[in-house]
Design a binder for this molecule. Structure first.
Ligand code: PLP
Length: 261
């Protein structure tokens, strides 16, 4: 099989742990070729986000066109979208190029608490981007915002939310349970045409968790060409688990360190 070409549309992390940089490392580690279109340039490190500059939406569209006019793209990962105008531009270009295999990580707030998506952009993400997604990968706080519900979750509430999340338009949803309180296990639920598949893993105790969401969604995008969804998500979870375990050998920054690719 030819090597898969994967495009990430996301924001940057100059300290290398999250965003576009994590996406590219993940694609490479999984044997794929990486293309990248930048939505926002972010001043951040392992301690937090300081500020960001969102690029002009027309220029984000030009980057996407430049790639898709030339390169066969087998899957797209969408990360930080920054604002409603960029959400519209990205949706417009992906629709125009009839891109398949879109993995949408609905990034909203960094671990440091800094908003990476303008609150007024949630409607654009919900209405324009979600219907294009082959899969979306919200964590619990993101799912709460997308559903307009409170952020008080139980294992039962997670299951109950799956049909509501699917009704927003993606073919599949991976609802990530890592934020669920009082649980020794971190269970993610994958829901889609085949029903619900739980992915349980023992909770890893580490402070090296910067960019974990970026890494998981990128791994799904890199692994999706040539695999079915359950297989791709399972392999992506294994990849993230191994990257988290390997992060103990990294000495990068003073905050939430990155995972090792
Ligand atoms: N920076 C960018 C550009 C991101 O896209 C994301 C999340 O997806 C983050 C930071 C979040 O990093 P953290 O894992 O520390 O919350």
């Amino acid at each position: 099989m030819m090597i898969a070409n994967i495009l990430t549309i996301a924001g940057t992390d100059p300290s290398g742990g999250a965003g576009i940089q994590a996406d590219i490392k993940t694609f490479s580690a999984l044997g794929a070729y990486s293309c990248s279109a930048i939505t926002a340039v972010v001043a951040q490190n392992t301690q937090g986000v300081r500020s960001f500059v969102a690029l002009d939406p027309g220029f984000v569209a030009e980057q996407i066109d430049a790639v898709l006019d030339d390169v066969r793209i087998d899957a797209v990962k969408i990360g930080m979208i920054a604002n409603a105008a960029i959400a519209e531009a990205v949706a417009d270009r992906l629709r125009h190029h009839a891109v398949k295999n879109i993995v949408l990580d609905p990034v909203m707030v960094a671990k440091s608490g800094h908003a990476l998506l303008a609150p007024e952009a949630v409607a654009a993400v919900r209405e324009r981007l979600l219907p294009l997604a082959r899969i979306m990968t919200p964590n619990l706080p993101e799912a709460a915002v997308l559903l307009g519900r409170g952020d008080d979750w139980t294992a039962e509430a997670m299951r109950a939310a799956l049909p509501e999340l699917l009704a927003l338009g993606p073919e599949w949803v991976l609802l990530k349970g890592g934020h669920l309180a009082d649980s020794a296990e971190s269970t993610d639920l994958l829901a889609g045409p085949g029903g619900v598949t739980p992915f349980a893993a023992p909770r890893l105790v580490t402070t090296n968790d910067h960019g974990t969401g970026c890494t998981l969604s990128s791994a799904i995008a890199a692994l999706l060409p040539g695999r079915d969804m359950v297989e791709a998500v399972g392999a992506a979870k294994t990849y993230l688990h191994d990257a988290l375990a390997a992060s103990a050998a990294l000495d990068v920054g003073h905050g939430h360190g990155p995972v090792h690719h």
